[in-house]
Design a protein around this ligand. Sequence first.
Ligand code: AHN
Ligand code: ZN
Length: 333
Amino acid sequence: MNKIKIVFVLLTCILFSCANKSSNDNPTRSNNQISTASAGKTPDFNPDSAYIYAENQVNFGTRVPNSKGHKDCGDYLVAELKRFGAELYVQEMTLTAYNGDRLNARNIIGSYNPDNSKRILLFAHWDTRPYAEHDPDSAKWHSPIEGADDGASGVGVLLEIARHIGQNNPGTGIDIIFFDAEDYGVPEFEKAENYVRESWCLGSQFWAKKPHKPDYRAEYGILLDMVGSKNASFYKEVTSTRYAPHIVEKVWSTARELGYGKFFINASGGDILDDHRYVIAGRGIPCIDIINHDPDNSHGFGDHWHTHNDTMDNIDKKTLKAVGQTILEIIYK
Ligand code: AHN
Ligand code: ZN
């Protein structure tokens, strides 16, 4: 009798683990089935995929608004988010740059579980800077940068996160926004009196005034900016700590628990003008910025920042993994 019971229990266990496995591997989405299967288990972020998603962007060439590289890369990002099962919103805009240039721009938005009122917003900018004003060679200041770290890394990590969400529904509402025209700010070689703070982050400024859904709400937002370089250090950015201290703590402590304390430094860094500011100010959503900060550099960023050295050679899969796994842990736990 007891033996029969044991065999029955064993068989039930085996059956259940098979059921879980097959629903995990099943790419078609059915909310109940997949969220049960995924409960409590964070997927394994694959840094090789994130690296390839960054490299694919760089291979389109520089992604300055109005260029062919920009158009092609935007189409690629739309196709990837669709492939990963997101519901797409593409916000097309004509923006005016500090110098009067008219920029054809797109904010590319992928949503998961669009009807869930509990939402997390993840964002990064996908455009690249038209200038390289920190390049040691001043003859090259006026040409656009490759932006492997500054642009492609954050988007690459978010695409790998989208792939997991599409395969393994966490249940929570997730919106991934690739903002355009973040990096068209007044260059430092312009006269100081021509400096305009609002020349940065044009895509997020547009969205903050006119979100893809009226009255859009999210519990909180996380911006990834320059999250790919070797030995990156992410300090607790000042605006993030002011408006979303609980999210800063949650992300930094999660990273530490996962063994990524070398990247996520338990100290305050600079106060950075970035897309998160406009999402906080315009929508009232508490947001943080995970951004590589170098306190020893006069401009506060890595040596390759806004130079022609911002290439895939500086991208390290260990950094992509630290950031991507930490965000997945936050989403799934
Ligand atoms: C400024 O340089 C004003 N803010 C940094 C935001 C940025 C530029 N992120 C990437 N490129
Ligand atoms: Zn930049």
